[in-house]
Every structure is written in C-alpha cells, then in structure tokens.
Write a protein that binds this ligand. Structure first.
Ligand code: AGP
Length: 637
C-alpha cells in the first residue's frame, strides 16, 4: 500500500512528481523519495517522514549556495551538489514513491527509490515480493551487497544483473518478473535510456497519456490531474514509456495492444474548508450523503427500491450471502447480516476478508459473495472476491470508488456509495454510507422475495433529519468526552444490530488516539474480558430500545451487562435516546441521541463515537487525518 508516480516529457519533473505523491499520500506516509534522470545520471532524494519532509529537503538542497574551496573533497561535494540542483531544476524524467513500510522499518535507507550498486538504475515498488530472500541469497553469493532491509533493493539489483549481461530493458525486466512471486507495481529508470519501464501484478498502476509527455501513478485520480487518456495496466504486463510513446508487452515479450480509456476528470483535490481536519469535515458531510442515497433509492415508500436495477440476478435466486470486508467495512457488513436475515430471511455469513482465503471456500452458483470496500483496492478483499469467484459464487461489490479493482471485478453487480472522496484515513462518511447501502440492500432482497417493507422504508426516510440533529450536538459531546482522554484502555459494548457499532467505536478510538480500545458483544464480556475491568477501564455501552420484543430483550440485557461492568468500578458511559429514563441510575455519563428505534439506530449511534475518537485524538495532539502506521488504502495482503 505505497504510492508510486512517474513523469517523462517536456516539463520539469520535480513538481509533477511531488504533487502526484501528495495526492497518493493516503496510501502511506512513512517515507518518500524521487529519482531524477539528468545528463545520463540518476539523482535520488529521499527521506523518512511525509512528503513535506522530502519537499523541505529538496528546498534546502536548492538553497544551499555552493562554497568554492580548494580542498578536493569539498570540491567533489560541490560538484555533486551542483549536479543534484541541476537535476532538481531541469530533469524531465523521474519516478517517485511514498511508502507504507512492509519489509524494513521506516527509515531513510529503506525509503524508495532504491538503486543498483552502480547507481545508474532506480526502482520504486508498491507490493510485497514473497521470495525475495531466496533471490537475495543468490545475489549475495555472487558478491552483491545490500544496504537496506527491503525486497525492492533486491529486485533492482537482480534487474541490474541481467542488464550487465547485455539484455534490453524489457528483456532484463522479463527475466526478473518471471522469477518473482508476489505483488508489485514497479517503475524503473535507467541512466542510459530516456525511458521509464513499468510492470504490474496485483498492485494498481495507471498510465496517463499526454501530448509529448506521459504520467504514471498508483491511481487514476492522480493522472487525471493532467490528462483524461488513461491506460490501466493489467496483471503481468510490462510497459515502456518515452515522452511520446507507450509500448506494452506481456511476460513473453509479445506486444500487447494499448487500451486507452477516456475517463471523466475527477477532482482529486479535497479541501478542508472551514474545518480544522478532513475527519471533522467528513463527519459533517454524512447527512448530505445519507439524504442523497435515500433520494437515489426511492422517493416514496410505496415505490420499489431503484438503486440496484443494474444487478443481473434476483435475491429470490440466492441461497446464502457471504460478506468479505476489512476494518470498518467489516463492521458495516455485520450490520448488514442482521438486517438481511431479519427482513429478507436469507442466511448471511460475514468474513474478515484476510481470513476468508485461510480455509476452503465452499460456494455454489446460488451463493452471493459481496465485497465491501471504500477504496475498492484493498488487497485482502480483492483476494477473497477472486477466491469466491473461482469457487463459482456470484459476486457483488459495494464500494466508494467507481472503476476501482473491486468495482471492475464485480461489474455489473456493483453499488457505488456517493460519499465522495474520503481523505481522512479513519473512515466516517464511507462507513455510514456502507451501512445505509446495506439497509437498502436488505429491502431490495426482501422485495425480490415478494416481502412488503413499506413501514421500514418510511422509517428509513427519517434518517437524514435525525443524523442532522445528532451532528448538531457535537459541541455538547466535547466536554464529557474529554474526561476520558487519559485512560489507556476502553471497552465498547452492545448487542444485536449495534454490536458492530461497538466494534466501530473501538476501532475509531484505537486508530485515532492510539488508546487500546476493544469492542465486545455485551453478553460476552462476562466470559473473560470482565477480568480487566476496574476504575481504570471505562466501559461505553450502546443501549437503544425498540418496539419489537426482540429489540426490547436486546436492550434490557445490554443494560444488565452494563451494570455488571459498573459493579467492577469501571467508569460507565452510555449512548441512549433522549426519552430513555432507565439509564439515569446506571451510568456515570449519558450521551444523548435523538429518539430512534433500535433497528434504525446504528448510523445514528455511530456519530457520537466518531466525535469521541476525534475529540480525544485532537486533545492528545495526534495526527488526526493521518494516524501513525496507517494508510487509507491497504493494497498488500
Ligand atoms: C477505517 O477507519 C480503517 N481506516 C480501515 O479499517 C478500513 O476500513 C479498512 O482498511 C478497509 O478499507 P476499504 O474499505 O477501503 O477496503
């Protein structure tokens, strides 16, 4: 889950590369670097830390005035310095990389681009090479030395070996790729050829075709800043780019026909506007997203759901639904299970995508596997979908990114949430839009089976008003939540349709504030986790009542479990509706939300938990939009 960029053409490359890396920073920001080709030499500038650190390093290099001196080593340094500054200012061919560390800790030496020993070949890589140790040992036996801990350095030195044998750029790369086992998006430059060589397998890589210039990036949005003519490389393809030409080959060296797509210009520029952080902005965008989804789905409850007319199947044909997803998307899928089984009476299983391929995949043609993914590029989810597809299941995708890998895999059975660009790494509006999509899917499945859900559709239409009201209470939540900013552990509990929201609340707090937070089904707490409870472990429960016997039983048991926690001296908080009086004698802190029945409360109950995580993370001075160790799109398994 790194981001790579490249440029070759008639303009200075440096700013194009740096701006491209900034739009890819969501893919990882442990370190960043660029390699620039100038006057037959490769110049690499790279550093640990975000792109801003790389930019300031480049600015420092440009501003250092060369001090003339008669000492040879100083003379040599000033020549190197001059070459570097010339390359920064003049080079029109280069590659760049922003890293999320997989092999080797975040450090200057492990950052990309990586060079061969002679320093005349540079490589950037997104992915994981599984058999790199084996290749590294072979090269070391040939006397090759390594300075980093990365798989990428092994690849560039392996490539260099074939170049030293006189092979062409493409043939040398073919030799390397035929040996590699793993995922990659590579971009490589040679000092002796004004070209960029690409190769792709399982990690995304896109070429943008310009006039006498060509662009490369890990996603189409980044190249669409410059051109609307896009080539999406396919697995096991190699490309050779010059300023005015693109050649495509397969691993056997056969030429492959170019497929140029004309993609609408999307603005990859998201602005914070009046908000201090993208996270806060995206929390506030949720009412608009929810309203748009409901309006696109149906205008009156008597109308059938219209937003799934593109599906090439009916749910009446489906025997079992399996969700595959990660993180927040997995939590959304858990909500979907309750709703589909409750209203459409179809058995549903929910799988953490990375676990899905860890056991035999049993599927038939009447099984539906649904991948949920905001980015549409999550490698674990892609692998799970491919595994289900090869087992004969029907595939569907719920994603926030049109034309993403998961979207392409599942076409035409896709639903694109209209949450818009979600810049903050912690998912908020994408999560709640996934949950709403699953409400709509449950209704669609029921309608396919001839079940009438007019009352449910009526109730759903109240959501935009209620979510607006709960967001209006943000300031009321601030002081109560900050009381809990210095605890080191936190437990989130609920049952039924809100158990996944307890998981989501724990994930938000964990990933934003780095506090150890865990979500549990309320009933499960007494089977072990209760042992950790004392005055140092706050417990937050989500306790929402409802008109049905099922909802009321879930609610009453949630309250009694909360009392068990309080009996262990844990500070106790509850998310409860305005009219709920039961909670007043049980909890230390009552976080009120507008009245709503339990089955329709997941989205509403999520909002205060988003503010809890945001306020505490901001209070603790954490990097709210780019928490440490994370990335917005996890494109490695
Ligand atoms: C959400 O807050 C997390 N950042 C993360 O768990 C995310 O939901 C997960 O990586 C799945 O991403 P996807 O929806 O793009 O597949």
């Amino acid at each position: 889950m790194c981001g790579i960029v490249g440029y070759i053409g008639n303009k200075a490359a440096k700013d194009i590369l740096l701006n491209g890396l900034k739009s890819l920073e969501y893919r990882g920001y442990d370190s960043a670097g660029i390699a620039l080709l100038d006057e037959g030499r490769i110049n690499v500038i790279k550093s640990q830390g975000k792109i801003a650190s790389l930019e300031s390093k480049i600015n420092q290099l440009q501003n250092v005035t060369s001090t003339s001196s008669n000492k040879p080593e100083k003379e040599f340094n000033s020549i190197l310095q001059e070459r570097l500054v010339n390359a920064i200012n003049k080079s029109n061919c280069g590659i760049g990389h922003t890293r999320w560390a997989t092999h080797g800790k975040p450090s200057d030496i492990n950052s990309h681009p990586h060079l061969n020993t002679a320093g005349n070949i540079a490589l950037v890589h997104n992915g994981i090479i599984k058999n790199f140790y084996e290749i590294k040992r072979e090269l070391e036996e040939d006397g090759v030395e390594f300075i980093s801990e990365t798989d990428t350095e092994v690849v560039v030195k392996f490539y260099s070996k074939f170049k030293d044998q006189g092979l062409s750029d493409i043939d040398a790369f073919r030799k390397v790729l035929q040996r590699l086992d793993g995922s990659y998006a590579f971009a490589l430059i040679n000092a002796d050829s004004q070209k960029i060589i690409l190769a792709k397998n399982q990690s995304p890589l896109v070429i943008g075709i310009g006039d006498n210039e060509n662009f490369i990036a890990s996603d189409s949005a980044t190249v669409l800043e410059h051109t609307e003519k896009v080539i999406k490389l396919k697995d096991l393809q190699i490309a050779e780019l010059s300023a005015n030409d693109v050649k495509l080959f397969d691993l056997d060296g056969n030429t492959v026909k170019l497929e140029v797509h004309h993609m609408h210009q999307v603005s990859s520029v998201a602005e914070k506007g009046p908000y201090k952080h993208f996270l806060l902005k995206e929390i506030h965008e949720q009412p608009a997203v929810i309203s748009k989804m409901l309006l696109d789905a149906y205008s009156v409850a008597t109308e059938p759901i219209a937003c799934f007319n593109n599906l090439d199947f009916k749910f009446s044909q489906i025997d079992k639904i399996s969700f595959v997803a990660c993180g927040s998307a997995y939590h959304a899928a858990l909500v979907g299970k309750y709703l589909i089984e409750l209203w459409a009476k179809i058995p549903v299983e929910v799988n953490i995508a990375s676990e899905f391929c860890s056991f035999p995949v049993l599927h038939g043609k009447n099984n539906l596997v649904i991948g949920i993914s905001q980015s549409g590029e999550t490698a674990d989810t892609i692998a799970a979908i491919k595994s289900a597809q090869s087992a004969g299941a029907k595939i569907m995708a719920i994603t926030n990114k049109q034309d993403s890998a998961i979207f392409d895999l599942a076409k035409p059975n896709t639903y694109v949430t209209p949450a818009g660009i979600e810049v903050s790494v912690a998912s908020t509006k994408a999560f709640t839009s996934q949950v709403l999509a699953l409400y709509l899917l449950a209704i669609k499945a029921a309608e396919d089976k001839g079940l009438d859900l007019i009352d449910i559709k009526d109730e759903l239409h109240k959501l935009p008003l209620v979510i607006d009201q709960v967001i209006e209470r943000a300031d009321d939540y601030h002081a109560p939540f900050l009381k809990y900013a210095n605890y080191r552990d936190f437990l989130f509990l609920s049952r039924g349709v809100n158990y996944p929201i307890a998981l989501e609340g724990a994930l938000k707090l964990k990933e934003l504030s780095y506090i150890h937070a865990t979500g549990y089904p309320s009933g499960e707490m007494k089977h072990g986790p209760i042992a950790i409870l004392d005055q140092n472990v706050p417990v937050l429960s989500i306790a929402i009542d409802g008109a049905s016997e099922l909802e009321h039983n879930v609610y009453k048991k949630t309250l009694s479990n909360a009392e068990e926690a309080r009996a262990r001296m844990s500070p106790s908080l509850v998310i409860a509706c305005d009219s709920n009086r039961d909670v007043e004698n049980i909890f230390d802190e009552i976080i009120r939300i507008p009245n709503i029945s339990q089955f329709f409360s997941p989205i509403i109950a999520t909002i205060p938990l988003q503010f809890l995580a945001y306020y505490i993370a901001e209070h603790l001075g954490k990097d709210v939009d780019q928490p440490r160790n994370l990335a917005k799109s996890v494109t490695v398994e």
